[in-house]
Design a protein around this ligand. Structure first.
Ligand code: SF4
Length: 151
């Protein structure tokens, strides 16, 4: 089978203080069941309690993180444009920019490079294909999401 183009590695270093990928009104972050268990546990909450406080369901029922009503930005992005739960953030957030939809075509990848300064930064280092693939799979799993919490 032919390897995807990114298997040979892609330069990237996330830029400190950037936050551009989170600072998008009405951005959608799909959650996996693993995310829900892990994040609620680290916040010292029951999963159902966390889902009802910090998440909502899309029209098709999948759980996503809530956005602020005032500006549509993720509830966890603070005024310094930093993530309040960075160390335990959802796997789809951690997988950016290696989302399937970004890597899908030349055009979508060009757009991602314009959106994410880390892909064209001078200090970018080559991320190897195996590491990228882990993120691609995590993004795919998160995108499937879940609609009901079952312990
Ligand atoms: S847009 Fe790119 S460089 Fe900026 S915070 Fe997101 S991943 Fe990092």
């Amino acid at each position: 089978m032919k390897h995807p183009w990114w298997m040979k590695g892609v330069p990237f270093t996330c830029q400190s203080g950037c936050g551009k990928c989170c600072d998008e009104p009405d951005g959608i972050v799909y959650l996996s069941m693993h995310d829900a268990k892990r994040i609620s546990g680290r916040l010292g909450m029951e999963v159902t309690e966390w889902l009802s406080r910090d998440c909502r369901q899309t029209l098709d029922g999948r759980y996503v993180l809530k956005s602020r009503e005032s500006d549509g930005i993720c509830i966890y992005l603070n005024e310094e444009k930093q993530c309040n739960i960075y160390a335990i953030r959802p796997q789809q957030c951690a997988a950016y920019p290696w989302w399937g939809e970004n890597l899908a075509t030349e055009r979508s990848w060009e757009r991602t490079k314009q959106d994410c300064p880390g892909l064209t930064a001078e200090d970018a280092i080559i991320i190897d294909g195996s590491s990228i693939r882990i993120h691609v799979l995590a993004d795919r799993q998160s995108s499937k999401g879940f609609r009901e919490w079952v312990d």
